[in-house]
Structure formats: structure tokens, C-alpha cells
Design a protein around this ligand. Structure first.
Ligand code: FCB
Length: 481
């Protein structure tokens, strides 16, 4: 048993949202159906050499055609909330113009199906699937994309704004901007530091505009949020503090400061001055960006170790992302990302539940009045389906249970220490298209056989069912099957 796994009963508050998360392009499939237009992820995944094995989201977990079955699955797990994303190109195939009724209908059925099963709908407007037509006009480097996003938000708000419980504008704008436009490791696959920083600002602007549009049209008093992937940094060697400061500015404060405090950090502007003059920030933008948020979404998987590079030894690049040639760190390419001690998940990410606790405490200290929600946490491991004597299938995944157990315990410690934490969404409900890694990485608590689309509850799903239905983290050794 791990030393930090709890041996006493740890119980979450009655209204704590114990949920699970997915994203449209990762699970839906049906890429060409019902008027959906192409997104940058269709283009990127269909470009040779971009994704593992050339995998695409064309079929994925075929969720689009298996909605009722998947809703029943969620209900059978006792989920209190489900975090999904809406595919912009299903709503507006070219990113502009009238909403496609068939696209809206799919999400409307999803939301109704959740409510019928007493599961709170938590909708993310943008989980990386920008309509390709907008990318053709510059994508997130084009300011107009932020206004197009606001129009899209309004259209979705008009259709679902009487039922969605929590709205999230963007998922991990860090990935959209830096991996998409700087590193080339995500769609649209560009490698240009200035473009990445321009995208940061336009994503922030898009968020602020979208919150205002949603507020104007929703009728059920929902909560509003954005989800960020915080980098929990460990500095090493001489100049450790400087390395941490620079990466913290690019990765974390480039979002928290404008979104929550209405300004860009001065050190960020200085560190990146050789890359861009930030002239894309126009008067009045920051007031648009800083909108009161009911919840700040926190995604956490692992920590990141940094140090200043000596310029001599080969530069280490263990920042947790696929190396596709470009850098996601404009202006800080002399910082190196150092390998960390194990254990690691199948992604090569180190397992460090204390990092989650630290992050929550730190955010609470910096933003004391800001309620938080963990919108993603989970782990990929090599899973194997076994067939029992009765022909039934099972997936024994003790490492995933251990990972989740220790991270839920860490979140509980933060809660006990006074952090205003409102919920926890396990990534992911089911195995899915893991972006550049294609189908090679399985994060689900439900196994998906991509040949047959059969769903099999992993042991971790049974473990999570126990947690979601009782509100208490199962004690080690509890029989959950
Ligand atoms: C996050 C993404 C999510 C998934 C997990 C593993 O960065 O938001 O879609 O890929 O990582």
C-alpha cells in the first residue's frame, strides 16, 4: 500500500461534484456526419507523421452513435456530474454563420439525458477543435477568431442555456496556444513563438467575450469557469528560481493574471520582448478578459522540473509533451526540462500527488475568494482485458486505482486545510483518442475495444463507483466489484 494512501475514511461534502470528463474530438467520431465541418484536429491527424500510427478521431469511441448506452454507463457509475465538450464545427461547420440544428440537437439530447439521470451537465465550449475554415484565416493568431468564438458561445448558450449547470469557455489554452502554434505538437502544428503568444492573448480575449455572451442569454443561473493546466514547477541547480519564474510566467501567470486580475505580468512581457512586442493587446482588452468566475478549473497530472540550460550538455526536453521540433517556451528556450524520478505513468509523466495538494493550496493563497474545481486528473497505463470463466470481461488496473486514490486523498487534504474545492472530474470516462499519441494511451476508467466498440468497466471504474455513490474514498482493500 502506498504510504500516502489513506487508512481512515475520507469523505467529501454532500454537494461535492464527483464526476468524469471527456472531450468531443477524443470520443465522438462521426466526423463527417450531420453537417459537421472539418476542424484543425481532422486536418492535423490526417497529415502523415503527425499522430502516432496515423490515428485520427474519425471514429474514436463512436460516442456520437452510442449516446444512450454511454449515458446509461455514466448513471451506472453513480456520477454526479459529467464534463463534456461541444464541437464548434458541429455547431458552425465553418466557424461562422447560423447554428446547425443537427449539431445543437446532439448536445441537447446529451444534456437532457444527463438531467434525466440526475447528472449535472458541465459543458466546455472549446476543447481544441477549431473549425478549419477559421484556421485558414489565421486561427488563434487572428483577433477575429475571438469574436467568432463569442458568437458561437452565444448560439450554444441560446440553445442549452436553460439546462447546463456549469459552463467552461476554454480547456487548457496553454495547449491550444503553445503546443498548437509554438511546438507544432498539437493542431494546427505551427512552430512560431510569436504566433503562440499572439494565440495566448486571443484565447484569453475569446474567454472574456464568451463569458459575457453566455451571461446575456442563459436563463438557469449557471456557473461560469475556465480550465487551466497548471504547471507545478520544481527548480533545480544554479538559477533554479529564475528558471521557475520564467516558466511560471509563460505557463501559469500568462493566463491567471489577465483572467483573474486584468493584467499581463511585467516579467512575461520582458522575457518575451525579443519574440514579440505584444502590440496585439489592444486598449480595453484586459477589461473584457477579466470576468468574475464562479469556478476556476484545475487540470493536474504531474509536476515539471526545470533548470537553466548550460548551453553545452545536450538540452533536456522532458516537459511531458511530444517533441515535434518546435518549442512551446517562446523566449525561454535556454530553460531545460529535466527528467524526474518515478514512478511514471504510460505517458512518462511522474506520479506526484503532493503536487496536486500544493497547487490547490497555492491557488487558494493567491486567489482566496476563488472557488476551485479539479476538472481533470487521471492516468494512462497499459491495460489488458481478461476473460473470466463465465466469459465476462475485466480489466484489472491496480496502478490506476492507486493513482486516483492518492490524488483524491491529496485533494481531500487540501479541502481539510480550507481550500474551497467544489468537485473532481476523473480523466477520463472512457479510453479515447489521446491527441498526438492516438489510441496508444488509455486514460479511461472504462475500457474501449476499438474493433467492436465494446465498453468494459475497468476495476478503477468499480472503485470510482464506490466513491461516487458513497462520497467516501474506498479504504484500501475494500471490495468494490
Ligand atoms: C489534457 C487534455 C485532455 C487529455 C489529458 C490527458 O491535457 O485536456 O484532453 O488529453 O490531458
Amino acid at each position: 500500500m502506498p504510504t500516502d494512501a489513506n487508512t481512515q475514511q475520507l469523505t467529501f461534502p454532500a454537494d461535492f461534484l464527483l464526476g468524469s470528463a471527456t472531450a468531443a474530438y477524443q470520443i465522438e467520431g462521426a466526423a463527417d456526419e450531420d453537417g459537421r465541418g472539418p476542424s484543425i484536429w481532422d486536418t492535423y491527424s490526417h497529415t502523415p507523421g503527425r499522430t502516432w500510427n496515423g490515428d485520427t478521431g474519425d471514429v474514436a469511441a463512436d460516442h456520437y452513435h452510442r449516446l444512450d448506452e454511454d449515458l446509461d454507463l455514466m448513471a451506472s457509475l453513480g456520477l454526479k456530474a459529467y464534463r463534456f465538450s461541444i464541437a464548434w464545427p458541429r455547431i458552425q461547420p465553418t466557424g461562422r454563420g447560423p447554428a446547425n440544428p443537427k449539431g445543437l440537437d446532439f448536445y441537447s439530447r446529451l444534456v437532457d439525458g444527463l438531467l434525466q439521470r440526475d447528472i449535472a451537465p458541465v459543458a466546455t465550449l472549446y476543447h481544441w477543435d477549431l473549425p478549419q475554415a477559421l484556421e485558414d484565416e489565421g486561427g488563434w493568431t487572428n483577433r477575429e477568431t475571438a469574436y467568432a468564438f463569442a458568437d458561437y458561445a452565444r448560439a450554444v448558450g441560446e440553445a442549452l442555456g436553460d439546462r447546463v449547470a456549469i459552463w467552461t469557455t476554454l480547456n487548457e489554452p496553454w495547449c491550444s496556444a503553445y503546443l498548437g502554434y509554438g511546438a507544432g505538437a498539437h493542431a494546427p502544428g505551427r512552430s512560431d513563438g510569436a504566433a503562440a503568444l499572439t494565440a495566448v492573448h486571443h484565447l484569453n480575449l475569446a474567454h472574456g467575450l464568451a463569458v459575457q455572451q453566455l451571461r446575456a442569454v442563459t436563463t438557469n443561473d449557471p456557473r461560469y469557469s475556465v480550465t487551466l493546466n497548471f504547471h507545478v514547477l520544481r527548480g533545480e541547480g544554479e538559477g533554479a528560481d529564475e528558471a521557475v519564474r520564467r516558466i511560471d510566467a509563460l505557463a501559469n501567470r500568462a493566463f491567471t493574471e489577465p483572467l483573474l486580475r486584468g493584467h499581463y505580468p511585467q516579467d512575461l512581457l520582458e522575457d518575451t520582448a525579443a519574440v514579440t512586442d505584444w502590440a496585439f493587446v489592444q486598449d480595453g482588452d484586459l477589461a473584457q478578459i477579466q470576468q468574475p468566475l464562479d469556478l476556476l478549473g484545475v487540470n493536474y497530472y504531474a509536476t515539471t522540473a526545470v533548470r537553466l540550460w548550460d548551453g553545452v550538455t545536450p538540452r533536456q526536453n522532458n516537459d511531458g509533451h511530444k517533441d515535434m521540433g518546435g518549442s512551446p517556451w517562446p523566449g525561454s528556450t535556454h530553460v531545460e526540462f529535466v527528467a524526474q524520478e518515478g514512478p511514471h505513468t504510460a505517458m512518462g509523466w511522474n506520479i506526484d500527488p503532493d503536487g496536486l495538494e500544493e497547487l490547490l493550496l497555492d491557488l487558494h493563497t493567491r486567489f482566496p475568494d476563488q472557488p476551485l474545481v479539479i476538472t481533470e486528473n487521471g492516468a494512462a497505463f497499459e491495460d489488458h482485458v481478461s476473460t473470466g470463466p463465465d466469459g465476462g470481461h475485466a480489466v484489472h488496473d491496480p496502478e490506476r486505482i492507486d493513482y486516483l486514490h492518492r490524488h483524491f486523498a491529496a485533494a481531500h487534504r487540501a479541502l481539510t486545510a480550507g481550500v474551497d474545492l467544489r468537485g473532481y472530474f476523473v480523466w477520463s470516462l472512457m479510453d479515447n483518442f489521446e491527441w498526438g499519441y492516438g489510441y496508444s494511451k488509455r486514460f479511461g476508467i472504462v475500457h474501449v475495444d476499438y474493433e467492436t466498440q465494446r465498453r468494459t468497466l475497468k476495476d478503477s471504474a468499480l472503485w470510482y463507483r464506490e466513491l461516487a455513490t458513497t462520497g467516501s474514498i474506498p479504504l484500501p482493500g475494500t471490495k468494490v466489484a
